[in-house]
Design a binder for this molecule. Structure first.
Ligand code: PMV
Length: 326
């Protein structure tokens, strides 16, 4: 193949969910903020048959029999990088007969609710497609969503949209996304509880809650939708006190669903003691991280205390770039 040796790069951001995680799986709205932590993927065509994925996040993944793609599926399906492999298969032409080498470099910690899996899928698809054609954002996003369903079947796809388009988005699974245009976001801080979660098992836990508490779940969904609606208005008008108090309300709903964790609640209390305007878990929960909205003047005291207690603290800012292909 004439393109052998050609390299392509793409990068995509992590995200936090400001409002609506879990509820978004059931077609309720969510608001997501792309943040300044990125995954970079380098894709290269190589002469030998096979797909080779090297990542600084996980064990390497090698599949050397592209011609009989389905033969070893059971063997490889449970590997952490399998969704990336799936994403590559969605991006190479049917006539593809050589090999591909993928290098993933990440600033996004895994399993703490920052969407590392979505950002990896989005940037891998973009980097691979760029070797063969001019990639198109929406198609990349939809393919990444399909690969994400390997991580959990009912995936809302919200993370893929935030990672592809960047900025702040309002998202509904069966309707798509719209941008919330603000140039500045208040000071957002992430605190990592140190407990990794599995999105799949947290989504199953919420499904279980829903099955056992149908009417309660409907009521919580309504409340979550109102929070999101008010949250959007508060972001647009720059009313950060209101954004903070809605974050607190959202956290209580997530606690009711069983999506929080003792350690996460401790972190939320810590942030509130240090003057957070609002604080909640972000992502699937059951561990992972919390996001706090802070005035700048209160941040350094919280940071010292959290570090003293051995929590990782990550101040984050808005990423307006989204997916970039080089
Ligand atoms: O923790 P993360 O980054 O995998 O986010 C999961 C968000 C959920 O709403 C719980 C699931 C989804 O598909 O939107």
């Amino acid at each position: 193949m004439s393109k052998l040796g050609i390299t392509s790069f793409a990068s995509a951001p992590a995200k936090i969910i400001l409002f609506g995680e879990h509820f978004v799986v059931y077609n309720n709205p969510a608001i997501l903020v792309a943040i300044d932590k990125r995954i970079q993927v380098n894709a290269r065509l190589i002469p030998d048959y096979g797909i080779h994925i090297h990542s600084d996040l996980q064990e390497p993944f090698h599949y050397t029999s592209i011609k009989s793609r389905s033969n070893r599926l059971d063997e490889i399906r449970n590997k952490p990088l399998y969704p990336i492999y799936d994403a590559i298969l969605r991006s190479i032409p049917d006539s593809f007969e050589t090999g591909i080498d993928i290098r993933i470099k990440s600033e996004i910690p895994v399993g703490i609710g920052l969407g590392s899996s979505a950002a990896s899928c989005v940037s891998t698809i973009a980097a691979v497609e760029n070797l063969f054609k001019v990639p198109e954002r929406r198609a990349i996003c939809l393919k990444a969503m399909a690969s994400e369903t390997i991580v959990h079947k009912g995936s809302s796809g919200a993370d893929c949209f935030a990672s592809t388009y960047g900025g702040i988005i309002h998202y509904i699974k069966n309707q798509g996304f719209s941008r919330i245009n603000v140039h500045k976001i208040p000071h957002l801080v992430l605190l990592n509880s140190g407990l990794k979660h599995s999105t799949r098992s947290m989504v199953s836990r919420v499904e279980e809650f829903k099955m056992q508490n149908e009417s309660k779940f409907r009521e919580l969904c309504k409340r979550a939708s109102v929070i999101c609606q008010k949250g959007m208005a508060a972001i647009q008008s720059g009313n950060i006190e209101e954004v903070g108090s809605l974050m607190n309300e959202n956290h209580v709903l997530l606690q009711t669903l069983g999506a929080s964790h003792e350690k996460v609640d401790e972190l939320v209390d810590l942030c509130n003691r240090y003057g957070a305007l609002g604080c909640k878990l972000t992502g699937a929960g059951g561990g992972g991280s919390v996001v706090a909205l802070m005035m700048e003047k209160n941040f350094s005291k919280l940071e010292s205390e959290a570090i003293e207690l051995q929590y990782e603290v990550l101040p984050v800012t808005l990423d307006s770039r989204g997916l970039e292909i080089h």
